[in-house]
Each structure stands twice: as structure tokens, then as C-alpha cells.
Ligand binder design. Structure first.
Ligand code: F6R
Length: 593
């Protein structure tokens, strides 16, 4: 009985042009590795199908490029949660007759029925994946149809999410199609690319087409796009990307995570430059709506929670903060005069897309705060606020988290009719952000990392705006260093978790001018139980065993207080022998529920 291999996210690429396809595909896969890194594979046509695939990180797989000739190719980098990290399960997957190859990002929900259906027709399955049904369906339909019609008919049979790139032996083209998984087209000079994300081909072209849901594209010497739902050929606009390969490369940094932490002076400035008019329009929408929901997942959810404190203190507005994956529980409360503000770096997170779709069905308006241009969420929104952080390659959100905070803080100030003040306040942070991300500051934080690197648990506490910061900081430490870390509201520790404190347990205490007195009280409760206290805030205190000074920035505190912890998390990962850019079990965008 085959079992389901749950593929949360993968990277795919396809190429047609005059260059050696295997080289283009391999380089593209390297830039997509953040989407998955347990195995990879390439198929080229010469015009016969040539395939190489294996388990491991891309740079560990010994692709023999001599055995991958031709100018047409597809490739895949995979990330699976359980089972089946085997060579057989690596993509591309090939049809029984060996003539059709497919790479797939997403999940085919009805693959077991399809497999039984195909087995009854004599097809044999060699892998445990859901994807293998696709090349075999195409093979079956090609008995009576041409390649394009066979692909179209096969797609009709699929339930679930997919971005696919498909080749057929003897035909110099790639057919690609998307539903609920990202796919973009690169338009070059006599060459075309399809990929899960722009960095895969930015080295070759900056002209990009963002495919819509149910778009199918054929690339060979020309480009043709059909929409399968509308059942007709369509035209999509070509956009010019305003960042280059350098920004998607590590430069002098050892890891993307550190590079992205260090570039926050720039990303915050870019987010600030953003959309004055749009922010004003959205602030009117907030003021007009009867109920406003702020939704996100993971770090984006923490940014929402942080924003809710700002809307409350500045604009005297209560915004309901809901985890996107829990939003369906509130569906009955959504009305036509509700407003949903969806926050997502990737704009492809399945939970958030589903929440937004259900809110729209009830007639609510949707505003999205997104980083990735052209992503699915951008098309689901009545208003769009771009974060403008530039590409974030590391799996962990760092610069995009602070960009989300920038946009949301501006929005809270604008809703209070104090937009200029908010902008000035964030501008004042820039020098501080420059200082706290500098090599000197990093060296200072390293002393702390050395001290606590072998800890089993780290607890983090904050009140008010520092509470969501404590949650986000705990998430950062956990996901990259695998130390158990938990954030609490300062007042909550004594309601249970203080039982966990032992001699030497590191406790990070976030303070601010507003909360200092109570936080020092909480710190002394912890100290009395033997905790090792790390203070983060504007002033040192005798109780603190280690202190990181962070400027007092009122509503913008959350932006500067998280940065030292991003650095700490990075250093803890290195000291514990973990790869910060490839945290185990995690992937950059989670495109299935
Ligand atoms: C944490 C992290 C995740 C994401 C979450 C939502 O470092 O990156 O928790 O924040 O998966 O992703 P987006 O913002 O793309 O919807």
C-alpha cells in the first residue's frame, strides 16, 4: 500500500533556449535550494530523455553534465517531511514508456485513486510519490491526443496543488502549469524559463511574467499562455524586476541568514519609502470597517500581534489578530463591512490564501502586506502594501519580519492621523539598526551565545509590545538552533512556567520605558530561582547577568528589539553545528495546508 509523501515545498525550473539546459537548470536549482534540500534531479532532452537525480543537497550531488546534453531541460529540488527521501522518490518522475518527465511542487490529493485507475490499465509505479501519476496520465492520454491536449486532459484529473514543468521526448518544449503553487516565467532573448521563484533565472533575464491560477504555459522558440479555467489563450503583462543577482547572492557573508540580518538598515529604509498613498487609503478602510482582522502565520502572525498593540495605543482601535490556520473558526462572523489584513512574506502560504478566499466569499475586503511581487496573495487583494524588503533566501524570516513591522507601524500611525510622526520615528531607528547589525555588536552578542549555547531551555518574557517580540524571539532561537525556547507575557510566568526555572536557566527579559518596573519585578522572581538573566532594553540593571542595550523607540521598539535575538539565534546555530540557512524540517514557503 503506497503511503503519502508529504511534500510541503519544493523548487522547480524549466528552460528552453540556446544555452546548455543542464547548466542553466543546475544553477537555477542552487538558487532555489532554500525551498527544499533533501534531493534534486534534472532531465534534459537531446531529443531523448536524459535523467540524473539523487538524494542530498544540490552541491553534494555529483551531476555528470556530459550525460545531460541538450537545450531543453527541467529540474527539481525537493523537501519532504517524512518517508521516502530516496533516489526513486526524487524528481523528475518519468512515465512507464520513458518518454514523459515531470517535476512538481505541491501535492496531488487524489493520487491514490489515480494510481489505482492507472494500475487497472496496466501502469506500474516505481515510487511512493503522488507525482508519479502525472507522467503516466499524460502517457495514457497521448495514445489519442497530442502532447498539449494530453497535458490538459491529465490536469483535469488532478485534485490538489501543483506547479508542474513537463517535457516529452522528441519535442523541443516545456509545458508548465500552476494551481495553488507559485510559478513565474522568465522572458529572455530567444530563451524562456519557468521557475518557482525569480532568483532561479534573474542572472539571465529581469523580465518576468507572474502566471495566474490555472495558467498553462508552453515555452519553446515562442511563448504561449492558456488559462485552463477560461479555456482560452491569454496575455499576461511582462514586469521588470528591480533587484539583481547580487541581492540574491550571499556576497561576503557566510550565510544568507546573516546577510539578511545585516541588510536591515537598507530593507527598513526601502519599506519606509513605500506607498504613502496606499497606506493612507488602507488607514481609511480600517477606520470605515466595522471589524478588522489581522491574519498571518509564524513570524508574520507575530508581526500582526505586535501591530495590534500599536493600533490600540495609537489609534484606539481593537484589531482581532487570528492565526490564518485558525481563521475558518471565525468565518461566520465575517460580514461585508469586515476588513481582513493578510500579512505574508511569500504571499503563497496555503493557510493564508485559504483564509483570504473564505473572507472574500463572505464579501469582506482584503488588504495584503506582501514581499514577493506577483505572488498569489497579491492577486486576491483589494489593496496591496508591498514590503519591498528584496529577496529573502534564508528560510528564517529576519529582514522581512522587520519590514512587516515597519509597514504595520506606519499603518497604525496613519490610522491615528499621525503618519508623518510614525515615519520620522522609524527613520530615527536607522542608525541604531546599523549599529546593532555591525560586526562589533555581533562580536558582543557572541559572548552571550558562547555562554548559553549548551542550554536545554531558554525562556523569554516581555510585556505589552515586548510580548510579541518574546514570542518571535523564541521562534527564531528554536527553528535554527533547536534549543527549546518559549516566550511569555511577563505576568504569565508565575502562572505555571516558572516551575521550569533552575539554576542557570537563561531567561531573556525585554524591557522598555513603559514596562521597566514590572519587568524588573519579573526578572527578580526569576533570579530568585537561579535563572541567568539577560536584559534587553534601554537601561541596565543590577539583576542582569548580561545586558544588550537597545534604544527606546516607543511604538517602533519591536523593530529594534528583535534584531539582537536574530543575531543570537544565528550564532547559537553555528556554535551548535547547525546550518542556519537550512534548518531541519522547515522550508521557506508552506504552500500546502
Ligand atoms: C519563521 C518563518 C515562518 C513564516 C511563516 C509564514 O522564521 O519564516 O514562521 O513566517 O511560515 O510565512 P509567510 O510570511 O510567507 O506567509
Amino acid at each position: 500500500m503506497p503511503y503519502k509523501v508529504l511534500i510541503l515545498v519544493c523548487g522547480i525550473i524549466g528552460y528552453t533556449g540556446n544555452k546548455k539546459a543542464s547548466k542553466v537548470v543546475l544553477k537555477g536549482l542552487m538558487t532555489l535550494e532554500y525551498r527544499g534540500y533533501d534531493s534534486a534531479g534534472i532531465v534534459t532532452l537531446d531529443p531523448k530523455i536524459r535523467i540524473q537525480k539523487n538524494v542530498g543537497k544540490i552541491n553534494q550531488i555529483d551531476f555528470d553534465m556530459e550525460k545531460l546534453p541538450g537545450n531543453v531541460g527541467i529540474g527539481h529540488t525537493r523537501w519532504a517531511t517524512h518517508g521516502g527521501v530516496t533516489k526513486e522518490n526524487c524528481h523528475p518522475h518519468i512515465s512507464n514508456n520513458g518518454k514523459i518527465a515531470v517535476v512538481h511542487n505541491g501535492i496531488i490529493e487524489n493520487y491514490q485513486e489515480l494510481r489505482t485507475f492507472l494500475e487497472a490499465k496496466g501502469f506500474v509505479f516505481n515510487t511512493q510519490t503522488d507525482t508519479e501519476v502525472i507522467p503516466n496520465l499524460i502517457e495514457m492520454y497521448m495514445k489519442e491526443n497530442d502532447f498539449l491536449d494530453a497535458v490538459k486532459k491529465s490536469i483535469k484529473m488532478l485534485e490538489g496543488s501543483y506547479a508542474l514543468a513537463i517535457v516529452c521526448e522528441g519535442l523541443e518544449k516545456v509545458i508548465a502549469v500552476r494551481k495553488d503553487s507559485p510559478l513565474v516565467v522568465g522572458v529572455g532573448d530567444e530563451e524562456f524559463f519557468v521557475a518557482s521563484d525569480v532568483p532561479a533565472f534573474i542572472e539571465h533575464t529581469k523580465k518576468v511574467i507572474y502566471l495566474h491560477e490555472n495558467d498553462l504555459v508552453i515555452i519553446n522558440k515562442k511563448l504561449k499562455i492558456f488559462n485552463l479555467k477560461e479555456d482560452r489563450e491569454v496575455e499576461r503583462p511582462v514586469h521588470n524586476i528591480d533587484w539583481d543577482m547580487e541581492q540574491a547572492k550571499k556576497g561576503n557573508f557566510e550565510h544568507f541568514m546573516l546577510k539578511e540580518i545585516a541588510e536591515q538598515t537598507e530593507s527598513i529604509k526601502k519599506s519606509l519609502r513605500n506607498n504613502t498613498k496606499e497606506i493612507e487609503r488602507v488607514s481609511w478602510m480600517i477606520n470605515d470597517a466595522r471589524k478588522v482582522y489581522l491574519i498571518g502565520c509564524g513570524s508574520s502572525y507575530h508581526a500582526c500581534l505586535s501591530a495590534s498593540y500599536k493600533f490600540s495605543s495609537l489609534a484606539k482601535k481593537h484589531l482581532d489578530v487570528v492565526l490564518a490556520s485558525e481563521f475558518s473558526n471565525y468565518r461566520d462572523l465575517i460580514e461585508q463591512d469586515s476588513l481582513v489584513i493578510a500579512v505574508s512574506q511569500s504571499g503563497e502560504t496555503a493557510d493564508i490564501l485559504e483564509a483570504v478566499k473564505s473572507a472574500k466569499e463572505k464579501g469582506a475586503k482584503v488588504v495584503s502586506i506582501v514581499n514577493v511581487t506577483g505572488s498569489s496573495l497579491t492577486r486576491e487583494s483589494d489593496e496591496l502594501l508591498m514590503m519591498n524588503s528584496g529577496p529573502e533566501i534564508s528560510v528564517l524570516s529576519t529582514k522581512t519580519y522587520t519590514s512587516q513591522l515597519v509597514v504595520l507601524t506606519l499603518l497604525a500611525y496613519a490610522t491615528a492621523g499621525r503618519y508623518d510622526e510614525g515615519k520620522a520615528k522609524i527613520k530615527d531607528l536607522i542608525n541604531y539598526v546599523y549599529y546593532i547589525t555591525s560586526a562589533n555588536a555581533r562580536d558582543y552578542i557572541r559572548k552571550l551565545s558562547e555562554k548559553i549555547k549548551d542550554s536545554e531551555h531558554i525562556y523569554l518574557i516581555g510585556r505589552g509590545l515586548q510580548y510579541p517580540t518574546a514570542l518571535e524571539a523564541a521562534l527564531k532561537i528554536k527553528e535554527v538552533s533547536y534549543i527549546h525556547a518559549e516566550g511569555f507575557a511577563g505576568g504569565e510566568l508565575k502562572h505555571g512556567a516558572i516551575a521550569m526555572i533552575e539554576k542557570g536557566t537563561p531567561c531573556i527579559v525585554f524591557t522598555s520605558d513603559l514596562t521597566e518596573k514590572e519587568m524588573v519585578g519579573n526578572a527578580s522572581e526569576l533570579k530568585a530561582r537561579g535563572a541567568y538573566i539577560i536584559g534587553i532594553g534601554p537601561r541596565n540593571n543590577d539583576l542582569f547577568d548580561f545586558f544588550i542595550k537597545v534604544m527606546q523607540a516607543d511604538e517602533a521598539n519591536s523593530i529594534c528589539q528583535i534584531i539582537p535575538i536574530q543575531i543570537l539565534a544565528y550564532q547559537l546555530a553555528l556554535l551548535r553545528g547547525c546550518d542556519p540557512d537550512r534548518p531541519r524540517n522547515l522550508a521557506k514557503s508552506v504552500t500546502v495546508k
